[in-house]
Write a protein that binds this ligand. Sequence first.
Ligand code: SF4
Length: 112
Amino acid sequence: MERIHSGPTSASIDITYNCTLQCLHCYNTSGEHKTNKKELSYDEWINVIKDITDLQPVYICFCGGEPLLKKELIFEATNLLKRISGITVNMVTNGDLMDIETAYRLKDVGVS
Ligand code: SF4
């Protein structure tokens, strides 16, 4: 029997307000580098990710700000999401911090 998906289709997570660029068109003013904005800690984010896996979205997207400013968190969160469930993980990046090693690690943990 076909399983009916009852959770949300997607979750979009602004993992940080900070960004390496300052685009004029930035819809959430990430480029203004407002360091007074309080952000969740690594452990708080991991708890949020675990809660999201309970909701079983079809896919989640890490965005921001520039998500690769929190590379280790992206790697660990994706690991968790893939291990606990089959959630598809996407990411929006400006590419500024992308290098070969990062690209391979993203592929290895399962970022689409
Ligand atoms: S790269 Fe994206 S998040 Fe960063 S300032 Fe530009 S539009 Fe905003």
